[in-house]
Every structure is written in C-alpha cells, then in structure tokens.
Design a protein around this ligand. Structure first.
Ligand code: ARG
Length: 284
C-alpha cells in the first residue's frame, strides 16, 4: 500500500526525478511596489535588502527544512511582481497553462514564464487575449480535483481550459472580497486532505462547495486576523507547512494534526499583497 503521502505526490513531469518535490521561485532583485493592483499594495514602501533576507529565509526553509528542490526563474528588471511565481502558470504533469494577467503591469511577465516552462520540457498552453487566468494563484489541486477562484483576477471561462488541458475537474468559487483577490490567499489544500481556508472570502455557494468536498474533520478554518496575515497563503511540502509569522494559534492547530510548522517573516512581500505561497510554484 502506498502511503497517502506517496499517493498525493505529483508526478515529476519533464523534470529529473530527484525524489524531492520541485518548486519554482524567482529572486527579489527588482522587487518593489510602484503600482497598486490589489488593496494591500503600498507604493514605495519596500526595503529591498530586507526583502532579500526574508526571501532567503523562505528559500532556506523550503530547501533545508522541508527538503524540496528549488528551481529559479531569473528576475527581470522592471517586472517587480515576477517574484510571485505562484501566478506564472498552473502546472499538472508535463502541462503548464501559462498565466494571462488581468492587469497590463504584469502581462510582460508572461513570455518569460512561457519560455522557462518550454525550455524545461513542459508543454505550454497560452490563452487568448481576452481570457484572464492567474495560474496557481487562482487554481489549487486538492486530491483529484482543482479548487479555482474567479472574478477579481481570473475569468471563470478559463476554468474550462484547465479541464480541457489536464482532464482535472474544477470547482469554481467566486472570490467575493477584494482583499482576498486570489484563491491562494484564502485556501490552502494540504497533502493529506486537510484544507486551510478563510470562510469570509466566499459566498454561501463557495462555502457549500467546501462543505460538500472536504470532510469536516479535515477543515481548518482561520480567523479574519489570521487571514489578513496571509495564514492561508502557506507552502505545504509533505508534512511541513510554511507561512508568514504571527499565526501561533493556527501553528498549534496544525501541529496537533501532525504537521511541522515554520513561520517566516515575509512583511516586505505583504506590502505587495503576497506571502509564502505566492512566492513559490509547485512544479512537480
Ligand atoms: N502584487 C502581486 C499582484 O497583485 C501579488 C501577487 C500575489 N500572488 C498570489 N499568488 N496571490 O499581482
């Protein structure tokens, strides 16, 4: 019998099988906030040296403590949000559906991401000009299905592309609060079926989708304060969960369910409306 952990390990796709999960990150060499496309963004507020230290701490937690392998997409001058690789694509096996950003500020990232995936052996899928989709920021796998958000950034029609290109069924959920503008800031599916979520980010229908799919014993709701500290924006690698510091209650709750929790200070990235999960993309 394979353990649940092995069952839920994504296939390696085109990357070399090193026995480790593969994560894509992009260093904050040109990270800044000089436009505001979500309600958290504070222009001109970033301390780039501090951002670099915080990013390094996240990188070290992922590689050394959680034991994943990190691949790097190089930073590009003038593309400050490229650090948020979660948005680059939705990846399943050897398919990468490349993001098409709603805001023109992020659209120039698209060809760099497409090129990275193509050069690394993925089959890349790009979207038509009028269809917006923000990658794994708005589409997260949980077991055999995908929870996907729409309205603020991603168009619901793009969810059909996920199913067409991967065969995975998609549960579409409307994001009703602008502060929780990507689904990865309000849910986090964990490898063993646990599911962290902020109920306030969804309408009654969205909550029913969660209730109908996730057994009650596996649901881990967070408070509004925790959600505002980006507690749902967590990186899960096997039994390790990494999130922005300051949510001790959630850390204890997860520890009591068998997880090892690492809290990393990511305050510089919160000024752009992102945190640990946004800074990473699981690619295998
Ligand atoms: N400033 C970025 C934006 O508004 C933050 C992206 C956060 N990424 C995420 N996966 N939630 O697009």
């Amino acid at each position: 019998m394979p353990s649940p952990l092995q069952e839920n390990m994504p296939k390696t796709g085109p990357l070399q099988n090193t026995g480790k999960p593969h994560i894509l990150m992009s260093p904050p060499d040109y990270f800044t906030v000089d436009y505001a496309i979500n309600p958290w963004m504070i222009e001109g507020s970033v301390d780039r040296d501090n951002a670099r230290r915080q990013w390094d701490n996240l990188y070290n937690a992922i590689t050394q403590q959680a034991g994943a392998e990190v691949h790097i997409i190089p930073a590009v001058e003038g593309l400050p949000d490229l650090v948020f690789t979660a948005n680059a694509a939705f990846v399943h096996d050897d398919t990468a559906i490349i993001a098409h950003y709603k805001y023109k500020e992020r659209q120039p990232e698209e060809p760099f991401c497409e090129e990275w995936f193509r050069n690394n052996g993925y089959r890349t899928v790009t979207l038509p000009e009028d269809l917006f989709f923000e990658g794994a920021g708005d589409a997260l796998k949980w077991q055999d299905r995908v929870f996907a958000g729409y309205r603020t950034r991603t168009d619901i029609i793009s969810h059909q592309v996920i199913t067409r290109e991967t065969g995975l069924p998609v549960l579409s959920m409307e994001l009703v609060d602008n502060r929780f503008y990507h689904i990865d800031v309000c849910i986090c599916p964990l490898y063993d079926g646990h599911f962290i979520y902020f109920p306030g980010a969804f309408d009654e229908y969205g909550l029913r989708v969660i209730e109908a799919n996730i057994p009650e014993s596996k649901r881990v709701p967070v408070t509004a304060e925790e959600a505002a500290r980006f507690a749902c924006n967590a990186v899960n690698i096997n039994d390790t969960v990494i999130f922005n510091k300051g949510s001790d209650r959630l850390a204890e709750e997860l520890q009591s369910r068998g997880f090892q929790v690492i809290q990393v200070d990511l305050s510089e990235f919160l000024k752009s409306g992102g945190s640990s999960k946004c800074l990473t993309l699981r690619i295998a």
